[in-house]
Design a protein. Sequence first.
Length: 100
Amino acid sequence: MDVGLEIEGWYQDPYGLHTDRWFSAGVATDLVRDGDVESRDPAPSAAYDGPLVESDEVPVPDETVRAGDAPTRTTEVTFGLASMSQGSDPLHDTPPPSEW
């Protein structure tokens, strides 16, 4: 089995252009990362020297909301003149007279 096919993920950019570069099936891609900012920059066509070094993980907050998760905050949304909080029903709730 070709070891290059097993290389998948963030590695320190061997070209020294960015902090990290994403590798897929052993090939450098154009997806790069500098700190917690991801962008795209095509990999140079020249071969890189030395072994690949796995990147240190950059912590990313988990903002994924899954079915069944309890609400962690209340989001206030304004529709026209009526203000409502998460969980209210804009089609059936009548705003108080002060907001008509």
